[in-house]
Design a protein around this ligand. Structure first.
Ligand SMILES: C[S@@+](CC[C@H](N)C(=O)[O-])C[C@H]1O[C@@H](n2cnc3c(N)ncnc32)[C@H](O)[C@@H]1O
Length: 281
């Protein structure tokens, strides 16, 4: 992820409401390009994010799931393929338009809504609650404000309902981390030494960056330390029941390019995936 703007740090702050409008504008602008590039799946989606979320959600046919920040609905459709009904939302009307186009034939299993997850009233008005589970695939680090979502989820979920999310790893893949590799030619062969350089981590901050190289406009990320990210949900009665840092399987390593950036993520976690469960809503 390229860093294109100096990060701004403010202690004890995890929400950045002043960027809500900008985020809608940017995601509307880049949504179609984004979906053209990765809407059919990439290695991170296929090997890390989607199988891990699927395992943690453990959905059963007939379940009803809330998909928050669904984008063009790739994981939405994957869940619907398991016989569950999905109510999916995103703040970008262009992403929802693309999601509806891609969900041709899924009309009986998916309903899409243009909703900003920072808006409590809009969340409360979503039809279909309470849900068996909620999921947010690679969305929280792109969301300027997450407290209203955390506060709304207990009402949106059934008792002991699950919330599963994935994010770019807050330590190894956030706020302009830098990757490097040194190659040493020793008498025993070539030794490769992979390193990550982590910028200040402990304060939440916002910065502009790119998730896909070449994207037409940088979008805004919201870096939050892992403890802050989990605390906002745990304060609402959620317990953390699983935390995963999925690894590329050997098969993916064989298939993937031998470039340094490809190999880097065999040694460090690209993604963090969590399952939270409501204790007593
Ligand atoms: C990296 S994309 C992930 C999209 C999709 N979940 C996927 O995995 O393909 C991040 C998504 O978050 C959405 N988003 C960001 N802030 C949001 C908000 N406040 N409310 C709803 N959606 C939001 C963006 O429009 C975008 O679709």
């Amino acid at each position: 992820m390229a860093k294109v703007e100096t990060a701004m740090h403010e202690s004890n702050r995890i929400d950045f409401p002043e960027y809500l409008d900008e985020a809608v504008e940017i995601w509307n602008e880049i949504s179609e390009w984004w979906d053209d590039r990765i809407g059919d799946g990439n290695e991170a989606q296929n090997y890390l994010i989607e199988p891990t979320q699927e395992k943690l959600l453990n959905l059963q046919p007939g379940d009803h799931v809330l998909d928050i920040a669904c984008g063009a609905g790739r994981f939405t459709r994957r869940m619907a393929d398991q016989g569950v009904h999905v109510t999916a939302l995103d703040h970008s009307r262009k992403f929802i338009r693309r999601a509806k186009e891609r969900a041709y034939g899924y009309e009986d299993r998916i309903d899409f809504h243009v909703v900003n997850a920072a808006n409590r009233e809009a969340l409360a008005a979503i039809p279909g609650s309470p849900f068996d589970a909620a999921v947010c695939t690679m969305g929280l680090m792109d969301m300027a404000v997450i407290t209203p979502l955390a506060e709304s989820l207990p009402q949106l979920l059934k008792p002991r309902g699950k919330f599963v999310f994935s994010v770019t790893h807050p330590v190894f893949n956030s706020n302009g981390t830098r990757n490097s590799m040194e190659r040493e030619f020793t008498e025993n062969g070539v030794v490769e030494d992979f390193r990550v350089s982590v910028p200040p981590y402990s304060d939440a901050c916002t910065y502009l960056g790119v998730g896909i190289n070449g994207q037409p406009r940088a979008h805004r990320y919201f870096h939050r330390p892992i403890s802050d990210l989990l605390r906002v949900f745990m304060q609402q009665g959620f317990a953390l029941t699983v935390l995963e840092e999925p690894r590329f399987p050997p098969k993916a390593q064989e298939e993937s390019s031998s470039t340094m950036s490809g190999q880097f993520w065999w040694h460090f976690p690209l993604i963090l995936v969590a399952r939270l469960e409501m204790l007593d809503n």
